[in-house]
Design a protein around this ligand. Structure first.
Ligand code: SF4
Ligand code: SF4
Length: 246
């Protein structure tokens, strides 16, 4: 991030000359409390020497204006505005590789703390979360309808424009190649492998019980509605299948 865009984000938090409404202190406190209230927080933050070992080994810090040391310091010093600021962009740079957790002499997990901040950003419906997660809507749809996150027919130049010219390396005659696989259930490019109805229905229950669907509703209401319809349909199919077994 350039210096100018960093300034813009800071203004949004509460610069008196900005047109954007300042973020209320109550809201900043609520966001921090949500991060802190997670059971993982105390396990992943034990203190911080500010030594920078995490940042020195962090691949994301190498390529982006992002520092796990800074993230941990913001949380350790309870810098509410800085935490909110980091949640607008920086936390989405982390690759979740956990090299930092393996290196920290204090036993912290900066990557794990970033995950808590991301989950809180989703819970609060922050624009940063919406824009980062928007491209994953087709993955969600594929997962809910087939039980697979990715299928061969998604690996094409349209689906992976960000791969640039390298996509040609996987732009193979997939229909033909799939038919060469001995197992008939894999003779399709619409799903990576066949997931049975019972497994799909169990997955829906997990999503409901763990709050994944609530998060989805906050981030993308339209996608949430579509997914509910697919879930209802699959559950009906499963009921029919169960009746047939009786
Ligand atoms: S999180 Fe750990 S490695 Fe990173 S600055 Fe703090 S003490 Fe050092
Ligand atoms: S988990 Fe995130 S913060 Fe930690 S080293 Fe990997 S990219 Fe960096």
């Amino acid at each position: 991030m350039s210096q100018s865009s960093a300034s813009r984000i800071q203004e949004y938090i509460g610069d008196p000359v900005s047109d954007a409404p300042p973020v209320e202190r109550d809201q900043l406190e609520e966001i921090f409390q949500d991060i802190q209230a997670d059971l993982r927080f105390d396990h992943e933050l034990n203190g911080c020497l500010n030594c920078g070992i995490c940042t020195a080994t962090c691949p994301a810090a190498h390529y982006y204006d992002f520092s796990p040391r800074e993230i941990v310091q913001l949380l350790w010093t309870e810098n509410l505005e800085g935490i909110y600021d980091a949640m607008q962009e920086k936390i989405w740079s982390c690759a979740q590789c956990y090299t930092c957790a393996a290196r920290c002499p204090f036993g912290n997990s900066p990557g794990g703390l970033v995950m808590l901040m991301r989950e809180t950003a989703i819970k609060h419906g922050m624009e940063s979360a919406k824009s980062v997660l928007r491209p994953f809507s087709r993955v969600m749809l594929k997962l809910i309808s087939t039980g697979n996150q990715l299928s061969p027919d998604m690996i094409n130049p349209e689906g992976f424009a960000d791969w640039g010219p390298h996509i040609s390396k996987v732009d193979a005659p997939l229909e033909t190649l799939r038919k060469a696989i001995p197992m008939p259930t894999l003779h399709t490019t619409k799903t990576a492998w066949e997931v049975n109805l019972k497994t799909s229905v169990e997955l829906y229950t997990i999503w409901e019980e763990t709050g994944v669907l609530d998060s989805l509703e906050t981030i993308d209401e339209n996608l949430f509605d579509v997914i509910l319809d697919i879930m209802d349909e699959k559950r009906d199919d499963y009921e029919d299948w169960m009746d047939e077994q009786d």
